[in-house]
Design a protein around this ligand. Structure first.
Ligand code: NPW
Ligand code: K
Length: 487
């Protein structure tokens, strides 16, 4: 499991470790790993290190100290290093002394003419961003923001020290100017912002360096992501004793005369969710049977359908006059329930809280905003806080779809899905996910696992489907993903 911890927790672990180590040892570990990462990036660009040029942007905290100590190591290996100091009188003293002793130069930003700065950046093979790390607050301040703009204009690749400067480590929020990185070298632990958009989108490749913090971090992270191996271990597998009912039957209430395709896609996802059977209840049975003849179809509502182990309701219900009744019956069912799309409109938290079995809600940002009574932009800017708030308000598991898909329970770590791709922003792909995660629920996974496994498989299938993927080709790619994971 990839884990991320918020700043307060990382700092507490760092303090405990600092007490056990000689002065400066921790920063030296960080700087050694950072220098190695920069050396790799410079070599990849030029073939050799000697004669390469690096510009280190140095803020007034330890993040700048890391950059200076790493730059000094590179200077000792023949790299031409210039440090640009944002606050010369507050630059990390030991780092600055090490850089100077290694033959590196230090320029004060305030004393550097714009033309000279541009020329310096124009010659550089790499920029090391040590403006702010976990001590940064808000977007970059004006002088730092202007510097970041010039770096971006010069087009030099950036290696971020611990975090891209300007992002919020804990929330993943981006509230002002940021310096985007091609590579972020994080120390000791990932911070939530390195896994969650919009901050994640500025971090490039994220590499975690072990500085010995691991044993001092709590067992429960703030944010976590399943690896593909962990997802594979959670996949339901039939045994010799299995029959279709024991493997789980998912009820699907989706589609309407106007949107029969939503029923077809949801059932298609469900049939690839590890269940023994899918019961479809609704007006699009003919379309469903034509595409998926193995489905048990009926025209009625959930209460009139036969026994199931879970329900998935919502996609394409549209203006079906029975929408409210369908949602009410699904809510009343004493089995796990996934509600998506049109089933989320006007959903009453008290009705969800009162349920006897677990509930999984799968809104996109717009639906989440409607449930929270806010704007879509606000949800997109505060994905982590929004998904936590929804889970708490509804007393349910919530999967928030989008650039980073997040899964929250009312308490405990938030799960991030790392397999997503912007290609999944295609009509009907959410319906497939609803069927898939619903199927996993019916097969016996807990809502949190069903959501995380479903999102993971969905992302892998989208990557596997011939580009550009459609909801149908994502569905068709799912068995190949299962086969690979079960192997
Ligand atoms: N602790 C350890 O053992 C280890 C720590 N490590 C490293 O230390 C880093 C944390 O260092 P840190 O705590 O010194 O904070 P840091 O991120 O450098 O920033 C603070 C400075 O930035 C400034 N500033 C703030 N906001 C700003 C903005 N928006 N725009 C511009 N400037 C802004 C702020 O200025 P002030 O508010 O004081 O005026 C303050 O001076 C951590 O990320 C990791 O790299 C590793 O070596 C491993 C061992
Ligand atoms: K940084």
């Amino acid at each position: 499991m990839r884990t991320a911890y918020r700043v307060e927790t990382v700092r507490a672990a760092e303090r405990a470790l600092l007490d056990r180590l000689p002065e400066g040892a921790l920063m030296d570990r960080a700087a050694a790993a950072l220098a190695a990462a920069c050396a790799g990036a410079l070599r990849a660009r030029r073939g050799r290190l000697a004669g390469a040029r690096l510009v280190a942007l140095v803020g007034s905290g330890d993040n700048g100290g890391d950059a200076l100590l790493a730059a000094a190591r590179l200077a000792r290996r023949g790299v031409g290093v210039t440090a640009v100091l944002l606050a010369p009188d507050r630059a990390h003293p030991r780092g600055l002394a090490a850089l100077r002793a290694a033959g590196g130069r230090a320029w004060a930003l305030a004393d550097t003419a714009p033309g000279a700065l541009d020329a310096l950046l124009g010659r550089a093979g790499l920029v090391l961003d040590g403006i702010t790390g976990i001590g940064g607050r808000g977007g970059l301040r004006p002088a730092a923001a202007e510097l970041a703009e010039r770096v971006e204009a010069a087009g030099v690749p950036v290696v971020a020290v611990d975090l891209p400067s300007g992002v919020d480590a804990d929330s993943g929020r981006v509230e002002g100017p940021v310096l985007p990185a091609a590579l972020t070298v994080a120390f000791g632990a990932l911070k939530p912002g390195l896994l969650v958009d919009p901050a994640r989108g500025h971090a490039g490749e994220v590499r975690l360096v072990d500085i010995g913090l691991g044993p001092l971090l709590p067992a429960e992270p703030d944010v976590a992501a399943f690896t593909t191996a962990e997802v594979a271990a959670l996949l339901p597998r039939p045994t010799g004793e299995s029959d279709k009912y024991r493997r789980g039957v998912l009820g699907v209430a989706a589609g309407s005369p106007r949107y029969p395709g939503a029923a077809v896609l949801t059932v298609g996802g469900a049939l690839r969710g590890g269940v023994g059977a899918v019961r479809y209840a609704g007006p699009a049975g003919d379309a469903v049977i034509a595409r998926h003849p193995e489905t048990l179809v009926s025209r009625g509502t959930p209460a009139e359908a036969g026994r199931v182990q879970a329900w998935a309701a919502g996609p394409g219900l549209g203006d079906d006059p029975r929408r409210e009744r369908i949602v009410a019956e699904a809510l009343a069912a004493d089995v796990p329930l996934l509600l998506d799309a049109d089933a989320l409109a006007g959903l009453d938290p008290a009705r969800v809280r009162a349920r006897s079995a677990p509930t999984l809600l799968t809104p996109h940002a717009g639906e989440a905003a409607a449930l929270l009574g806010t704007e879509r932009e606000r949800v997109e800017a505060r994905r982590l806080a929004s998904v936590r708030e929804l889970a708490e308000r509804f007393g349910a598991t919530v999967l928030l779809k989008g650039s980073t898909t997040l899964i929250a329970d009312p308490s405990g770590p938030v799960l991030v899905n790392e397999t997503g791709t912007p290609w999944l922003a295609t009509a009907g792909s959410g319906d497939v996910l609803t069927g898939l995660a619903g199927g996993l629920l019916a097969a016996g996974l807990a809502p949190r696992e069903a959501a995380a496994v479903g999102a993971h498989l969905h992302g892998l299938a989208a990557r596997e489907a011939a580009p550009p993927p459609s909801a149908t080709t994502v569905t068709e790619a799912l068995p190949r993903v299962w086969r690979r994971l079960l192997a």
